[in-house]
Design a protein around this ligand. Structure first.
Ligand code: PMP
Ligand code: GLN
Length: 382
């Protein structure tokens, strides 16, 4: 394994954000919002800093944030978790994923993911020297191929990583798919790791945490983060809920990755998690309307739009514009049209890329005016 190469090459997000900055393009590549967090959340962070909460927080995270995470799981999903033994605060979902994979696998264990997949899964699976096996999601709805899933999960499978709502496709996995995942995990004694960072950003469909399925909670490590829900991607406050045995193993690794993180942001995220339901509903509705705005712009510009059901991103097929290589297209797009986007092949391993070659991921977590300008610029492509 050579750092800087293969699974550890520079991330597509850093690369495209640098290109956007260099060319002055509108950055619809990396997924981060351009609106600010709710005022109460920002105020809570300011207060925490002023009150001197600027030293190391406790290893598992501040008790009040752990309590707020447990309350959130009970309130939204009827899931009971013990804030003292079943909740760990992490440096974003990214550290949660890394600590989980490093803690729960041995070299050579199989890790199953759905492809396209968020890049960190492949990178950390490689650092942990595991066998990384992908199950394809197929356009237009990006539901997994169930036979491929059954074939992928074997007795050597240690982890099945489930990202729903899904980045980059915006798919929300059906109960049928989730039920099969739980069955396979039982049958092969695997652990399910869920990445639910877009849990509150679904468009008219409910989010179903895997841990709520019958028989799932004992073998599921649930991961989420404040970044997307509260528009604070730079704060890097994430969390894990899992049974105490699993959580202890993951905590043992986390303490040597960052030890602890985000002191004054922890109480602020606790404030966010306790906001009234209307906040969460409003955030999803606002994002859905911006999704519709950019989707309409992409259609008018000649792309084929694959409508997402959640998240920050819409996938557009550039084939109707005569583009067969979205990778090259995305590298040229900032200079050509003043818009940056990310090719879907960046989320797919070499060898599996054929069905994704002409697909481009655009972020719509931006102000309406920005999306309108981006749409006008893209319309010039034709
Ligand atoms: N998982 C997915 C699917 C993501 O899109 C992201 C990016 N926000 C992350 C994990 C990382 O989350 P965080 O910023 O909380 O580390
Ligand atoms: N999750 C964000 C995306 O998919 C960015 C994360 C990152 O920059 N690593 O665009």
């Amino acid at each position: 394994l050579i750092a800087g190469d293969g699974e550890l090459r520079p991330t597509i997000f850093a690369e495209m954000s640098a290109l956007a900055a260099h060319t002055g393009a509108i950055n619809l590549g990396q997924g981060f919002p351009d609106d600010n967090a709710p005022a109460d959340v920002l105020e809570a962070a300011r207060e925490a800093i002023a009150a001197g909460l600027n030293q190391y927080p406790p290893g598992l995270g501040m008790p009040d944030l752990r309590a707020a995470i447990a309350e959130h799981q009970a309130h939204f999903y009827d899931l009971e978790v013990d804030p003292d033994t079943e909740v760990l605060v992490t440096a974003g979902a990214t550290e949660a994923l890394a600590a989980t994979i490093l803690a729960l696998t041995q070299p050579g264990d199989r890790v199953v993911v759905f492809e396209p997949f968020y890049d960190a899964y492949g990178a950390v699976a490689a650092l942990a020297d595991t066998e990384f096996v992908t199950v394809p999601l197929r356009a237009p709805d990006f539901a997994p191929d169930l036979d491929a899933l059954r074939d992928a999960v074997t007795d050597s499978t240690r982890l099945i990583i489930v990202n729903t709502p899904h980045n980059p496709t915006g798919a929300v996995f059906s109960d049928e798919v989730l039920t099969l995942i739980v069955e396979l995990a039982h049958h092969h004694d695997a652990i399910i790791v869920t990445d639910e960072v877009y849990e509150h950003l679904t468009f008219g469909v409910p989010h179903r945490p895997v841990a709520t399925l019958a028989g799932a909670s004992d073998r599921t490590v649930s991961i989420s983060s404040a970044g997307k829900t509260f528009s604070v991607t730079g704060w890097k406050i994430g969390w894990i809920t899992a049974r105490p045995e699993l959580l202890r193993a993951i905590t043992a690794v986390k303490q040597y990755l960052t030890y602890v993180n985000g002191g004054p942001f922890q109480p602020a995220v606790a404030t966010g998690l306790r906001l009234p339901d209307s906040y969460f509903v409003g955030a999803a509705q606002s994002l859905e309307s911006r999704c519709r705005l950019l989707s309409a712009g992409l259609e008018a510009a000649g792309f084929g739009v694959l409508s997402p059901r959640a998240g920050y991103f819409v996938i557009a097929d550039a084939a109707p514009l005569g583009i067969t290589d979205a990778d090259t297209f995305c590298r040229e797009l900032p200079a050509r049209a003043g818009v940056a986007a990310v090719p879907v092949t960046a989320f797919v391993r070499e060898g599996n890329r054929d069905q994704f070659r002409s697909l481009v991921r655009f972020a719509f977590c931006k102000q309406e005016g920005v999306l309108r300008t981006a749409s006008e610029r893209l319309a010039e492509l034709r």
